[in-house]
Design a protein around this ligand. Structure first.
Ligand code: SF4
Length: 346
């Protein structure tokens, strides 16, 4: 009997592989990783390090190569893909239990080909880079009569076992974490008891270790976490999204926002600008400057505002006459929005 485990770099698939090995030994074990080329660099470290340990095959020289993987950026993406394909070839040759395959594209290329930006409901990236790649490889190399496929779904996600059972017919499916009643916390604890480091994305607060924290199935909170932890990578995906919007000439985006029961696309750019403005406003409020230069649209000129003594708002100098003195109050929000860094020349 052969055992194929979908080995994604997530802790669920790691704990699943361990359980299958424990039950059946290593002889007929095959771990399958389908690369999207935009994974966090530390995910590749985790894959190589864990498969080295599971199968007792020295891969330390390959592990050292992980540091050399070019970053995800517009000008290094092709280089990165070539490097990862080469590393995949070396690793698969070294360790016959570990199969590192790819479709050849990264998620944005699948969106361009499908003329559709992936989102939480429809994800062409997952369909092509994960499901179809795996399907071709498994049907080319294994038969349902003597092979079981395993997924790292844990006992809190039993609803997720229905679709794979149908998708992978006639193969038999196994869910060792469900069968052993293991949840996510237990899996994290299992890893903590080894000398293998927790993958970076988990440390940064992501719930999954996939696509470098830029999964199109994640929501606003997921992307805000990416903005917080890796702004350059966020901007890369923001620019890719902008380029796709121009290419398709449509108001489309990964995310959606619902206001007054109406759903509209929410671009990564809008999400970032809103968030960065909010963050800057909060910083302004927590440490308000004693004076602020603002553009007063009511009179069409710049003014200097002074922080009031109780530090709750701003006040203009006298805007009346020497006979009738008049002062205007400005809220922090209004002062922040109207502030000018440079003198406005009228
Ligand atoms: S993890 Fe998310 S972004 Fe990556 S291939 Fe799957 S659905 Fe697409």
């Amino acid at each position: 009997m052969k055992h194929v485990i979908f080995y994604s770099g997530g802790l669920g698939s790691w704990a699943t592989a361990n359980r299958v090995i424990e039950k059946h030994g290593i002889a007929n074990i095959h771990l399958l990783f389908t690369d999207t080329f935009i994974e966090d660099k530390d995910l590749y470290r985790f894959l190589i390090e864990t498969t080295q340990k599971m199968f007792g095959i020295d891969q330390s020289d390959l592990l050292a190569l992980v540091d050399l993987i070019p970053p995800v950026s517009h000008h290094t993406m092709e280089l990165r893909k070539d490097f990862l394909k080469w590393l995949a070839e070396l690793t698969t040759k070294r360790n016959p239990h570990f199969h590192w395959i790819s479709d050849g594209r990264e998620p944005w290329e699948t969106f361009k080909d499908a003329r559709f930006i992936g989102n939480s409901r429809i994800a062409p990236c997952s369909h092509h880079l994960k499901q179809q790649s795996a399907k071709h490889w498994i049907f080319d190399n294994f038969g349902p009569e003597d092979t079981t496929l395993y997924l790292g779904i844990d006992c809190s996600e039993t609803h997720r076992t229905l679709a794979p059972a149908k998708n992978w017919e006639p193969f038999k499916m196994g869910y060792p974490l469900v069968e052993t009643d293991t949840n996510k916390d237990a899996v994290f604890q299992e890893l903590a008891e080894t000398d293998i480091e927790l993958p970076n994305l988990y440390k940064q607060g992501f719930s999954h270790n996939n696509c470098g924290g830029a999964c199109v199935r994640g929501g606003q909170a997921h992307f805000l976490n990416l903005l917080k932890t890796n702004r350059d990578l966020y901007i890369y995906h923001e620019e890719k999204e902008q380029a796709m919007r121009e290419y398709l000439d449509k108001d489309v985006a990964i995310l959606r926002r619902t206001r007054n029961k109406v759903k509209t696309p929410l671009t990564l750019r809008s999400l970032r600008l809103e968030n960065e403005t909010d963050t800057a406003l909060n910083q302004f409020k927590s440490k308000p400057p004693s004076t602020v230069r603002v553009f007063d649209a009511g009179v069409g000129k710049n003014r200097i505002l002074k922080l009031t003594e109780d530090k709750t708002r701003y006040i203009t100098g006298n805007v009346g006459t020497s006979n009738r003195r008049v002062f205007h109050y400005w809220s922090f929000e209004n002062a922040f929005k109207a502030q000018v860094k440079k003198e406005v020349v009228l």
